[in-house]
Design a protein around this ligand. Sequence first.
Ligand SMILES: O=S(=O)(CCO)c1ccc(-c2ccc(C3CCCC3)c([C@H]3C[C@H]3c3ccccn3)c2)cc1
Length: 238
Amino acid sequence: NEISNLSIEIERIVQDHLKYDRENVSDLWELIHHEGEMKVYRREVEENGIVVDPLKCFHTVKGVTGHEICHYFFDPLYRMEWETTLDSTKVIETPDKDNLDTLVFFQIHKRVWPAAQRDSCFWSHIRSVSTNEEDQPVWIVVNYTTDHPLAPIKSPFVRLVANVALTCETQIVEPPLNPKDIKRENLRCKLTYVAFVNPGGWAPAAALRAIAKREYPKFLKRFTSYVVEQTRDKPILF
Ligand SMILES: O=S(=O)(CCO)c1ccc(-c2ccc(C3CCCC3)c([C@H]3C[C@H]3c3ccccn3)c2)cc1
């Protein structure tokens, strides 16, 4: 039925991301932005004349955990506080009321000249995966395009196709003897962000590449700074 088909798809896509995303980039990837700990790479790929360049970002964020980064990325409550590229966001379905780890979003993206305005509909899933005993669990959020009756394709909007994942590892730097004494200065989150976005309709290749080169680093810098600010005086969420 619906739920089981969705959970089968979620399992397949999440496992793929867990397996591949943290792999280092090959020399097929071009470094398009390097700022401090943040490195943003892209491969130039076109499908039927449409730019679908995969994007991969590695970043290390001090003072926060992977759980905190994924929590603020997933939870709709904060979306419009860090996302500056959206006109609106709405949760149109909670597939499993007893387990709020999966939501279906419908989003209207701000128009980015000269492209037509985009909207998107995707399931969003958050999960922690324990690696081995002593390390912190890996946290991941996946946003993956889905159709939905409450997200009809309506002109003039062009529907995006997106497969995006944010995967985070938490490192404890110079761990104190007693784990209860861990402070935020002992925390470091190593995150990988991958985005496979098909703009869903023709947009000028050069323009789209320029928009992506400008927008992704801005977006990742703003989002991670937002989480550092929001968590500064709060108890650590491991
Ligand atoms: O991480 S998420 O899942 C967060 C969801 O709230 C995510 C982030 C970004 C996008 C997105 C949407 C539209 C565009 C294009 C297509 C034509 C004109 C805009 C782009 C490309 C251009 C790049 C870009 C990157 C970041 C922000 C905006 N623009 C990216 C989708 C989902």
